[in-house]
Design a protein around this ligand. Structure first.
Ligand SMILES: [Fe+2]
Length: 285
């Protein structure tokens, strides 16, 4: 099965990409006009209308039983190949190449951190949600906390939330909303998508990766925090200690998309050894 609809707005559209970046870097996530922008906008409009406290709680229940599929990590990586976005001009190859490219970029820069290499391979596996019929706005794109007022750097902040019922609810529409100051992101309900789903899969299946790995997976699409510096009123000291890992990871997530495709077959044995070390066998998804 091919899913042609695939577009990750999180990678395709970044209004804040800094001008000091090189021309090649700036060409990622930097679309200001045209049909792609319309499509990105409508994805965020749906996301910002329907991602509510109630919706996210229901998704946690729906996917919190891990009864959707039994498979190995490498089988999940192969499933990503069914996700091709033919409309994303950055990428015209199967999604699993992005997984291997991200992993290899990290491996080159951090040769001694094998767990970090594996995070590169794993980070988008939650996108298999789309193959199970979940709508794009509940799988991809930037994430944000539900249960409090969206902050200024959330993309299309001023034009997409007007129909979200939570913003009419006094419990959820102040700056802190339902949270205590500095409560820690682990106590925050994030909008539902591939980050949170894979984090839950890793926890349920007891991956033996370090806490940083869980953290990077869970918050890699939380651009309003890791790139724009918003939501600090919800962060604990622990979150601030973890932030540099998420930012380090993001470099490779964004900028390793290259037309030179890795020779995936020659890389498989190395990554299979990491899988056998940290998350072996048949897992529950
Ligand atoms: Fe991602």
């Amino acid at each position: 099965m091919k899913v042609d609809m695939y577009l990750d707005p999180s990678l395709a559209y970044r209004p804040e990409v800094a001008p000091e970046l090189s021309a090649s870097k700036a060409s990622f996530r930097n679309y200001t006009a045209g049909p792609l922008l319309d499509r990105v906008f409508s994805t965020y409009k749906l996301m910002h209308t329907h991602q509510t406290v109630d919706f996210v709680n229901r998704k946690h229940i729906q996917f919190g039983g891990f009864s959707h599929k039994k498979m190995t990590v490498m089988e999940a990586v192969n499933m990503l190949d069914d996700l091709v976005d033919e409309s994303d001009p950055d990428v015209d190859f199967p999604n699993s190449f992005h997984a291997f490219q991200t992993a290899e970029g990290i491996r080159e820069a951090h040769p001694d951190k094998d767990w970090f290499h594996l995070v590169g391979l794993l980070h988008d596996l939650g996108k298999i949600l789309a193959l199970w019929g979940e709508p794009q706005w509940a799988v991809v794109g930037d994430t944000f906390p539900v249960g409090c007022r969206p902050q200024a750097s959330v993309v299309f902040r001023d034009s997409t939330f007007q129909d979200n019922p939570d913003l009419q609810d006094p419990r959820y529409s102040t700056e802190l909303g339902m949270y205590q100051p500095y409560c820690g992101l682990e106590n925050v309900l994030m909008s539902w998508g591939h980050d949170e789903y894979l984090y839950q899969v890793m926890k349920f299946n007891r991956f033996s990766l370090p806490p940083e790995a869980f953290y990077v997976v869970r918050f890699h699409s939380f651009y309003p925090w890791h790139t724009s510096g918003d939501y600090l009123q919800l962060c604990s000291q622990q979150d601030l200690r973890m932030l540099p890992w998420v930012q380090e990871f993001n470099k490779f997530d964004l900028y390793t998309k290259s037309p030179e495709l890795p020779d995936v077959d020659s890389l498989r044995p190395y990554y299979q050894r990491l899988i056998d070390k940290y998350c072996p066998g048949i897992l529950s998804w």
